[in-house]
Structures are given as structure tokens and as C-alpha cells.
Design a protein around this ligand. Structure first.
Ligand SMILES: Nc1nc2c(c(=O)[nH]1)N[C@H]1C(S)=C(S)[C@@H](COP(=O)(O)O)O[C@H]1N2
Ligand SMILES: [Mo]
Length: 426
């Protein structure tokens, strides 16, 4: 992917650190001004980067602002149609992710209703293994007890670009994750209203988006236990406003802790099934991982694949931005988020010397279960040079993030430690 990796560590988050000169030069006029702005004050090391055709992503982002998607300014777009895009870690520093910075992962078109922001005729069907099938209007939903929770939604493929050997799919960096504040009703309240039959085993979710070509509609489901958890909600508000067009207007599921594909957008039907849901996105290699560890590059038979569910422990450094420059002795505020699927974060350790020494960061508990926790620590460097800050989170089962990314055929559940490069000048 890189035209020239020069003297930079090859195993850093490629996506976090640099974009190629080709991409950079392909950007609008702003880029030229940016280059011109690299005057006398610019560190020689950074000029060296440009010389080798590599541009720190933070700058490329600023230069990229011309190509904005409505409602998502500054989004790094991996694929325009259907739209898929994310934000770099330093733009995800907020404890509650602003709606404009919630990533977008679409496998089909955006429904016309969402584009027009039109509620006319909308209803949610609940049927299958229930005693009383339901057709709920938005007012029916809003009449049920409302809950507001900060909840992490993360694409199962977040971190895919860090898999080696590379795997196909959206080349997500670390930003296909967000923790917005969602308001809605508990899925269990709706399912209790419908009355689950003894035969109910699994949910199957459907939305109003049209699939591409001859694909089946995007549909996934979860076991009844996960559906009945108090934090699994049908959301009609995002950060205090109607849900955004690209994130599921008017109503979406939020199934926190589990791969984002479970959180159906533009939701219009919940089908209760008497067996594990078997749509296209539940079969084969889709949202499934090997049942045992495989050697990098090895694709086991389909029969050895199991459904991807809860995320393992992970963390992301959101402050400072990758490749920031500091002075010797300067106080540098390091911060980020940690989250742990169905588990809880217990601690986050930081290293500034490639893992030789580790220091515990201050952990600020999540706003509620399934929100991300914040970690903070001040660091200073006594000598000039190139440094990396490494973050390693632990969960309450004492599982920690790995130093190398375990491999699977579709690049799911990536949680390798985050390494943030920075430079210190005299
Ligand atoms: N109807 C519908 N729901 C969907 C999808 C989709 O393509 N269609 N994508 C899923 C995937 S794979 C993810 S990661 C999340 C992304 O949610 P976001 O776009 O709001 O960030 O939505 C899920 N829900
Ligand atoms: Mo996803």
C-alpha cells in the first residue's frame, strides 16, 4: 500500500501514520497551501517524510476537507457507493462521539425514507415465534419506557488494515467505532409485549435499505439472551436528535459489545426464529471466525467457522494525534478510550519504550455499562527523538490486548495494541 516506507517501522498502523504521496497529491488545492506552509519551523524529520512520499495523516485529513460527505465532514471514505467511512482516532477523543463523527458502514443503498427524513407510513413489524405479532408506529414505540445510554458500536472489521497477510473488505483503520448517546426502548420490552413463545431461539433483523445486485437483504440476528439484555435497545434518537440519515433514521437497533452488524439500521422488522438465523450474513465466512486459531493466511473449511459475537478487550489512543511534535520536557497529555465487549475494562497500561516499562493510566469509568472508559496520563520526554506510545488494556477476566494481531480470513475482531508515533525536538 505504501509507495515507500523509508525508515519508518513497517509494522505500525499504516493507516494511522501516513498516506501515500499519490493520495496526497490527488487532494484539492488546500494541499498545495499545506506544502507551502512547511516553512522554516518544520522539523527536518517531517520534511524527510514528505521527501519519501509519506504524509502524516493528520495533515492529509485537513487537506481533504473539500470532499465532504453531507453530515460527516472530514470522514475518510473507503468506498463511496455504498458509502463506508471512518474518522481517525484523534477526531474520536470525545467521551460521547458527536453524530457527525460516527463512522458509516453500509452494504446497500441508503433508504429514500432516510434521505427524505420522512416518517410517513413507517412501522416496525415483530413476528415469528411470538404470541401476538406487532406492528408498531413510531408513537407506539415512544409510548414505551425510554432509556438513554452511551453505547459503543464497532464494526466487526474495525482494524482490518492491520491484518497480515492482508484480507479483503473495507480497509478499516481504528476508527470504525463510536460511542454515541442513544435513546430508545429496550428490545426486551417490545419482545415481552409480543410475548415470546417457548420455541423462540434467535432474532432476525431487517431494514429498509435495498441490497446491491442480487445480494440478500442485509440481515443478522442475536440469541434471545442477548436480545433480552437491558442494554440492547431499539433507538430512535442519537445524541438528543433524530437518528442521522446514514446511521439509521428513523430507528435502529443498538446491540452493544457485539460486532456492529448486529445493530440493524433503518430497522423495520424483527423476526423471531426457532433456530439460529441463517441469512447470507450469518453463513459461510460472513461475520464468522475460525473455531480454533489458524495460521496467518489459512482459510479453514466453512464448517469450522463460528459466528462472531462479542468483541475482545481493546483500546485506542485519541490524544495526541499520530505524528505530533513536542519539545523536550513538554508535558504531553495522553488520552484515549478502552472497551471490552461483554466484559469490563479493569486497567490500561502505557509504555513509551516499546514495552520495556509499563505505567498504569488513570481510568475514568464508563458513563454506563457498554460505554467506553477513558484513560489519561501525562508523559514527558527528556531527550529528543522518535517515540511510540503503546496502550494495552485489560478486562475484568484479566485478558489483555495482544502485541500481534491474531489472524482470521475476513479480518474480524481486531484488537492488537495501538502504537502511536510521535516526535520530540529540542
Ligand atoms: N440495514 C442495515 N443495517 C446495518 C448495516 C447495513 O448495511 N444495513 N451495516 C451493519 C454494520 S456491518 C455495521 S458495522 C453497523 C454500522 O453502523 P453505522 O453505519 O451507524 O456506524 O451497522 C450495521 N447495520
Ligand atoms: Mo460492520
Amino acid at each position: 500500500m505504501l509507495e515507500d516506507s523509508g525508515a519508518l517501522p513497517e509494522d505500525l498502523d499504516r493507516f494511522d501514520v501516513i498516506v501515500s504521496r499519490r493520495k496526497f497529491l490527488g487532494m484539492a488545492g488546500g494541499a498545495v497551501g499545506l506544502l507551502a506552509g512547511l516553512g522554516a519551523g518544520t522539523d527536518a524529520a517531517l520534511r524527510g517524510l514528505f521527501g519519501r512520499g509519506l504524509i502524516p495523516v493528520a495533515w492529509a485529513q485537513d487537506a481533504d476537507r473539500g470532499t465532504d460527505i453531507p453530515g460527516k465532514p472530514g470522514m475518510i471514505v473507503h468506498f463511496p457507493q455504498p458509502i463506508n467511512g471512518e474518522f481517525p482516532p484523534h477526531l474520536l477523543d470525545d467521551d460521547v462521539t458527536p453524530s457527525e463523527r460516527h463512522y458509516v458502514r453500509n452494504s446497500g443503498g441508503v433508504p429514500t425514507r432516510a434521505e427524505k427524513r420522512d416518517l410517513q407510513g413507517w412501522k416496525l413489524t415483530v413476528n415469528g415465534e411470538v404470541k401476538t405479532p406487532l406492528e408498531l408506529s413510531i408513537d407506539d414505540l415512544k409510548a414505551l419506557p425510554a432509556v438513554t445510554l452511551s453505547l459503543v458500536i464497532e464494526c466487526g472489521g474495525n482494524g482490518r488494515s492491520l491484518f497480515e497477510p492482508p484480507v479483503r473488505g473495507n480497509p478499516w483503520g481504528r476508527g470504525a467505532v463510536a460511542c454515541s448517546e442513544w435513546t430508545g426502548v429496550r428490545l426486551r420490552d417490545v419482545l415481552r409485549k409480543a410475548g415470546l413463545k417457548e420455541s423462540a431461539v434467535y432474532t432476525a433483523h431487517y431494514g429498509e435499505d435495498q441490497p446491491l445486485g442480487r445480494a440478500e437483504p442485509f440481515s443478522r440476528g442475536v440469541p434471545i439472551d442477548k436480545a433480552m439484555e437491558e442494554h440492547t435497545i431499539i433507538a430512535y434518537r442519537m445524541n438528543g436528535k433524530d437518528v442521522t440519515t446514514l446511521n439509521g433514521f428513523p430507528v435502529r437497533l443498538v446491540v452493544p459489545g457485539w460486532v456492529g452488524s448486529c445493530s440493524q439500521k433503518w430497522l423495520n422488522r424483527i423476526w423471531i426464529r426457532d433456530k439460529v438465523h441463517d441469512s447470507q450474513k450469518m453463513r459461510g465466512y460472513s461475520y464468522r471466525i475460525p473455531a480454533y486459531p489458524v495460521a496467518p493466511g489459512v482459510r479453514p473449511p466453512e464448517s469450522d467457522m463460528k459466528i462472531a459475537t462479542s468483541f475482545p478487550i481493546k483500546s485506542m489512543i485519541t490524544r495526541p494525534a499520530a505524528n505530533s511534535e513536542f519539545r523536550v520536557g513538554e508535558k504531553i497529555s495522553v488520552a484515549g478510550h478502552a472497551w471490552a465487549g461483554d466484559n469490563e475494562v479493569s486497567r490500561v497500561l502505557l509504555s513509551t519504550d516499546y514495552g520495556v516499562h509499563w505505567d498504569e493510566a488513570r481510568l475514568i469509568p464508563p458513563r454506563n455499562t457498554y460505554a467506553w472508559a477513558r484513560f489519561e496520563k501525562e508523559v514527558t520526554f527528556e531527550r529528543k527523538g522518535y517515540y511510540e506510545i503503546w496502550a494495552r488494556a485489560f478486562d475484568d477476566k484479566d485478558s489483555a490486548q495482544p502485541f500481534r494481531q491474531p489472524w482470521n480470513p475476513k479480518g474480524y475482531l481486531g484488537n492488537v495494541i495501538h502504537r502511536l508515533p510521535l516526535r520530540v525536538a529540542v
